[in-house]
Design a protein around this ligand. Structure first.
Ligand code: EPZ
Length: 431
């Protein structure tokens, strides 16, 4: 096992390129189950979650080939197997996104139910209700969800839940419906850029999806989808994490390949906290949206702020832990309310071990800013919690050691190398 070691106190300076979005890449890779021929996906990040999904796709008769240019070629070779087994699914809850395409293309799917995790319980009741509305028969047995339905029928499907829309639930039902008969309307659909990217991929492959990015998505069933070349959108959460790393260290960095309109809530909140952010439009187009550069400058004086996480276009829950770290050194008291995963506060106890003053009650964290954090040994509990401990370590006095590092490799490619290139002192060691 490895640990991350950080010597804090070095402001970040320089340029960093944002990679393709993990949470767009995973459902788009799964969507290749629906296609004939080969798809070439560009901008797929090199992450353990991507490798896990490749293993699941291989198990399901799909070839996945990493090309020298970094793209991933995906070809369905045979369609007999319909089972995504527990041993592969348990390491990554996003594996549930093979349910919809397997059912939609092969008429049957048997997918191990992902368990809960440190960000809270991860139910899939809305995914199940959604595919049932399309006429599938669903049994939950021996830890598996088993769905059957030879030809799914278009229908009106309500995807609203107790915490708003569901991202992967919307992806799953969309993928199940594209080859179905007739019109499907997804009501209360998730509008996240990653869901939009999946819909854009499916349309390019031959699907007929409209009102993409709106609350009610309309899908007209088509007979087949074909393999295509497609570039994944830049990762807005990776971009937001670098913005906070730049801000917390009082640095000045430029993000390349950033789509800042996907991050409006994050940018606005950072500006409110006294961080200077300048956005310039670039040249590359992602389905009509341009990428660009984003300059982040801070003198390290962070104003307190109140934050409520919400589905898109609200503040992403995947940025909550990093904001908690940043606000822990703000000049005053801040309140964070978590409205998507109300128990997603495992990072709080670890940040407090670094000298932060944060009280967590139910879905709320009250953060009294302290003048400085101090390095110590801390334990990462999930991907974004790891990111928050790393940004805290960048500004903490002395040495921070972060254990259970495997979480970070699930969602950030070569993070320590990229932070090092910006002037951070950060490295891996054997535990
Ligand atoms: C996606 O998870 C992301 N994962 C998560 O990112 C992200 O935190 C989350 O969306 C919210 O934005 C991927 O895209 C791979 P949800 P997902 O279904 O789709 C409740 C990261 O760090 N719910 O939108 O699984 C659920 O409990 C990860 O990159 C139900 O009640 O999340 C939660 O409270 C972590 N029933 C809320 O909805 C359901 O059937 C939103 O969850 C499904 C969800």
């Amino acid at each position: 096992m490895e640990k991350m070691v950080i010597e804090g106190g070095y402001p970040l300076h320089g340029r960093v390129r944002i990679n393709g979005a993990k949470n767009a890449a995973l459902p788009i890779m799964a969507a290749c189950l629906l296609t004939k021929g080969t798809s070439k996906l560009k901008g797929i990040p090199d992450l353990t979650d991507v490798k896990t999904l490749c293993n699941i796709l291989n198990e399901l008769g799909v070839d996945t080939v990493k090309c020298p240019d970094g793209s991933l070629e995906i070809t369905v070779k045979e369609e007999k197997n319909i089972t995504a087994p527990y041993d592969l699914v348990r390491t990554m809850r996003a594996s549930i996104c093979v349910l919809g395409p397997l059912l939609g293309k092969r008429g049957m799917a048997k997918v191990s139910i992902p368990g809960g995790c440190s960000i809270g319980s991860r139910p899939i009741d809305i995914h199940i209700k959604g595919i049932e509305s399309l006429g599938a028969q669903v049994d939950v047995k021996d830890g598996y969800v088993i769905a059957t339905g030879e030809k799914l029928k278009g229908s009106v499907v309500d995807l609203g839940g107790p915490y708003g829309s569901t991202v992967l639930g919307t992806c799953n039902v969309m993928m199940a419906a594209v080859l179905g008969e007739g019109r499907t309307v997804l009501e209360n659909a998730a509008c996240e850029p990653e869901v939009q990217d999946l819909a854009n991929f499916l349309n390019k492959a031959g699907a007929d999806i409209s009102a993409i990015g709106e609350k009610n998505i309309i899908i007209e069933g088509v007979d087949e989808l074909n393999g295509i070349e497609y570039e994944i959108i830049p990762d807005r959460i990776e971009a937001g994490t670098f913005m906070i790393a730049g801000a917390i260290t009082g640095g000045s960095i430029v993000l390349e390949n950033d789509i800042s309109c996907h991050l409006t809530s994050v940018v606005n909140k950072l500006r409110e906290m006294g961080v200077e952010i300048q956005v310039s439009a670039g040249k590359e187009e992602f389905n009509g949206v341009k990428n660009g550069e984003c300059t982040v400058k801070s003198d390290g004086n962070i104003k307190p702020a109140n934050i409520t996480t919400l589905p898109y276009p609200g503040m992403p829950t995947d940025m909550q832990a990093q904001f908690t770290a940043l606000l822990s050194i703000a000049n005053g008291t801040s309140i964070i309310t978590e409205r998507v995963f109300p128990h997603r506060f495992m990072h709080v106890a670890e940040l407090n071990r670094m000298g932060a003053n944060i009280r967590n009650e139910d879905a709320i964290a009250i953060i009294k800013g302290v003048p400085s954090l101090s390095g110590t040994t801390v334990m990462a509990s999930d991907l974004r919690a790891s990111a928050s401990l790393i940004v805290a370590g960048l500004v903490a006095k002395g040495i921070t050691e972060i254990r259970r590092l495997y979480h970070i490799d699930r969602g950030y490619e070569k993070l320590e190398d990229r932070l090092t290139s910006l002037g951070a002192k950060i490295w891996r060691e054997k535990e």
